[in-house]
Design a binder for this molecule. Structure first.
Ligand code: CFM
Ligand code: HCA
Length: 534
């Protein structure tokens, strides 16, 4: 992997090479893994083609996108609202046909040049009034795009004014696209705002026995649906999911759960921490991607509740669900064994999906996140060492204190310690590095040039990333699986989803079509380009 790194950096000017070098980490030996670092959450060098998105995308599309009964109003030019309109494939299941569901609508103030010049607050107020008159929603939220911050429209003042006028919950997000180095900033802003304006509004406690929140599961391709089914089968109740298939009322009530299970650490660890400090709910890291992780996560949840009946049910469910999974692996593994994969996605899947490939006997040659932070690579123990730079200081950190009346530690310190001794780790995520094999290469915020170099040097059998990379990769004659939208597939979570995923990878790897693919210039050399200088 050192040679590949050298080859990648050779094309860059020295200053860029030095910067990118910190974000490219060869895993040279098992022993050194503990000392590896991966530069992350820093600005992309201008001119480099990155996979990243913007702060608005992280706030509006990622965190708030899957919640069905809020009118999510984009204050900005129409392109921002249009591009974030259902492109993320999150699904929702309203309880009835006439229940509130605004996810199929695209709400925007459609800012024009004259609004930029004279200010857009009047138009925003009118849009809120119009949305209210037509739909009578219980909540409206306003998302700031780049020009809103540049011209200084005060979305929070407008939200306060319209909230008082209409008597419904209205709040704004200062999630201008440029705020922060990637969509990660938008996650933080969204979480802070929901925590401030929604969490804790409804104190109703259900009489379910084992109540958890599922944090960081966004119901892409229906993942959250089958996770809910599995948990229900075990007798575990989900109070709220942040934010797959969610409603605003679930967020308002989430502080009544007794445990937070964190799936995507990157996007939601903030909420887990705040719920613990304010309400006394502990959190554990789980993953429902891959059968081993799913089983381990169910066992962790059961161990937390310390109830033999739950522990027994969970074991029974795991044993039952593993039968078809094992049969499928046995059928497919011989056709996939020894093949190689690469994955460059987001802030958690480039780690979580590795297990599903290993189940098929495949090797992960290289992986990386688009916008995760160092703790998602190296583990949460590095958090105190992470340098706070000007870009991260730009994002507000909320000062949270225990709630005067509702703080209620679900476990005593002694109970937590006893559980930790039994292997239930709290507030812990070890990151991607421990799972990377010797000889592999980690690349953070991979660029287009780096992608092409990796493909040429490693010739992987399958490449996983997003829509912007898809066709460039396929033109190399390599099958490309989108791990964001799942293309048209999924769900891939828990045991049932793993079976879907194995079948998909088998189909893609063993399709003959890739061997027939020739780039146009291979067939017609006259189409190949030459630099004029040559
Ligand atoms: Fe978390 Fe996500 Fe991801 Fe993410 Fe995303 Fe996504 Fe993703 Mo696309 S919240 S970090 S900002 S798991 S939208 S559902 S697929 S990049 S790896
Ligand atoms: C986003 C959303 C995205 C984009 C996926 C892609 C998603 O970053 O704004 O580039 O294919 O999952 O839909 O990550």
């Amino acid at each position: 992997p050192e040679d590949v790194k050298k080859e990648i950096l050779a094309k860059y000017p020295p200053k860029v090479a030095r910067k990118r070098g910190k974000q490219i980490t060869p895993v040279s030996s098992e022993e050194d893994k503990g000392s590896l670092t991966v530069g992350a959450n820093v600005r992309t060098v201008p001119g480099i083609i990155t996979q990243r998105g913007c702060c608005y995308a992280g706030c509006k599309g990622v965190i708030m996108g899957p919640t069905r009964d809020i009118i999510n109003l984009t204050h900005g030019p129409i392109g921002c609202g249009f591009y974030s309109w259902l492109t993320r494939r999150n699904q929702t299941r309203p309880p009835s046909d006439d229940a509130e569901n605004y996810m199929t609508y695209c709400f925007s103030t459609d800012m024009q040049d004259e609004d930029i010049v004279f200010g857009g607050e009047k138009k925003l107020k009118a849009a809120i009034q119009e949305a209210y008159d037509i739909f009578k929603p219980k909540t409206i939220s306003i998302f700031s795009t780049c020009p809103v911050g540049l011209i200084g429209d005060d979305v929070h003042a407008v939200a306060r004014e319209m909230k008082a006028k209409l008597g419904i919950n209205i709040f704004g997000f200062s999630c201008e696209g440029y705020k922060g180095v990637s969509q990660s900033a938008g996650h933080h802003i969204a979480n802070n705002t929901i925590f401030t304006h929604v969490v804790g509004l409804d104190d109703t406690i259900s009489d379910a026995k084992y109540k958890i929140n599922l944090l960081g599961e966004y119901n892409i391709g229906g993942d959250a649906f089958i996770i809910d089914d599995l948990l229900e089968k075990c007798g575990i109740s989900v109070v709220s999911t942040f934010s797959g298939n969610s409603t605003i009322d679930q967020f308002a009530n989430c502080h009544t759960a007794d445990l937070n299970a964190v799936m995507c650490h990157r996007s939601i660890n903030y909420v887990a921490d705040m719920l613990e400090i304010k309400y006394g709910i502990p959190w554990i890291k789980i993953s429902f991607l891959g059968p081993k992780s799913t089983a381990q996560s169910l066992r962790k949840i059961a161990a937390y509740f310390e109830d033999q009946e739950l522990i027994d049910t969970v074991e029974k469910v795991i044993a039952e669900e593993m039968i078809p999974v094992e049969a499928k692996i046995k059928e497919i593994k011989p056709r996939c064994e020894g093949k190689t994969a690469m994955m460059f996605v987001g802030g958690s899947r480039a780690h979580h999906y590795q297990e599903l490939f290993r189940d098929l006997g495949m090797e992960v040659l290289s992986a990386g996140y688009e916008f995760a932070h160092r703790d998602d690579y190296e583990g949460r123990h590095v958090i105190p060492d992470i340098k706070i730079d000007a870009d991260s200081r730009n994002i507000e950190e909320l000062e949270i204190e225990p709630d005067e009346t509702r703080y209620n530690p679900r476990k005593t310190e002694a109970q937590i310690k006893a559980l930790e001794e039994k292997g239930v780790a709290f507030k812990e995520y070890e990151g991607m590095i421990p799972d990377m094999a010797k000889g592999s290469l980690i690349v953070d915020d991979i660029s287009h040039h780096e992608t092409e170099t990796l493909i040429e040097m490693y010739k992987p059998d399958i490449f996983c990333a997003g829509i912007k990379e898809k066709y460039a990769v396929q033109k190399h004659g390599i099958p490309m699986k989108q791990l964001h939208s799942y293309d048209s597939g999924g769900p891939y979570a828990v045991f049932k989803g793993a079976i879907n995923f194995y079948e998909e990878i088998d189909r893609m790897l063993n399709a003959n079509i890739w061997h027939y693919l020739e780039a146009p210039w291979q067939k017609a050399p006259e189409l190949s380009g030459k630099y004029a200088a040559e």
